[in-house]
Write a protein that binds this ligand. Sequence first.
Ligand SMILES: NC(=O)c1ccc[n+]([C@@H]2O[C@H](COP(=O)([O-])OP(=O)(O)OC[C@H]3O[C@@H](n4cnc5c(N)ncnc54)[C@H](O)[C@@H]3O)[C@@H](O)[C@H]2O)c1
Length: 258
Amino acid sequence: MIKSNMLDGKVVIVTGASSGIGRAIAIRAAEHGAKAVIVSDVVETPREGGEPTASEIRKLGAQSVFVKADVSRKADNDELVATAEQFGGVDVMFANAGITLKTDGPEVPEEDYRRLMSVNLDGPLFGAQAAARQMKALGKQGSIVLMASMGGISGAGITVAYSTSKGGVVVMAKSLADALGPAGIRVNAVAPGTIDTELLRTSPGIAQASEGFRQRTPLLRLGKPSEVGDAVAFLGSDLSSYVSGTALLVDGGLLSVI
Ligand SMILES: NC(=O)c1ccc[n+]([C@@H]2O[C@H](COP(=O)([O-])OP(=O)(O)OC[C@H]3O[C@@H](n4cnc5c(N)ncnc54)[C@H](O)[C@@H]3O)[C@@H](O)[C@H]2O)c1
């Protein structure tokens, strides 16, 4: 695994970081030199676990704590970002948490639709608001990265609600980039393709479609969570200092071909 110092000295927050891509983002942030990584999730042990992830990060030499926060609740985002003060304030906010639905599609039930939107769309907005407020207060020219998906750039009938939420995240990043740019704060989205995680395996429609996606992907394989971690580390770092308002596809080329 390639290591670097591109996040040297940075204080990083990752939501939904107890498992899957979020966990990989948090660990890769430490491997790319972050000073502190705040590992956050709605529950401590969805799968790999928040405390074990923070402990792994401490072994890599970065400071790390686990903070429980439900991203759909504005107050939880505010409290989460406040915990970064002990490390000097947040430099990089990775709003990664997101869910899929077993009931997605054109007839998605209202309750499920609202729950998905509250996590996938409200979550990144509240997280970005809290982070930007603290960055401005501390005079930090930080970076905010919102988790979209290739499903937010191209639609799919099996993920009507999910794709709608992720498309919203792409435009949210552009709008916030405009609003926060004058303060020196950059906002980008990352749009992964088919990444081999539990979310993929436990979403029946997506799991079924993923073999087809794999065959059509120019690189002929699914992505690894750590590969998304590396892409967002770049967006969080000063190496991307003139990159704002974009949605970076990390999809092995899948959306680039007919
Ligand atoms: N796996 C893929 O192929 C893929 C592709 C594109 C985008 N994504 C996106 O990447 C992100 C991470 O997905 P993943 O594949 O690692 O799935 P995952 O299920 O492993 O991780 C999602 C994490 O979010 C947490 N979470 C759920 N609701 C939350 C809430 N209300 N508040 C805080 N945390 C909450 C879960 O506990 C979990 O740890 C999601 O936003 C997903 O939409 C995944």
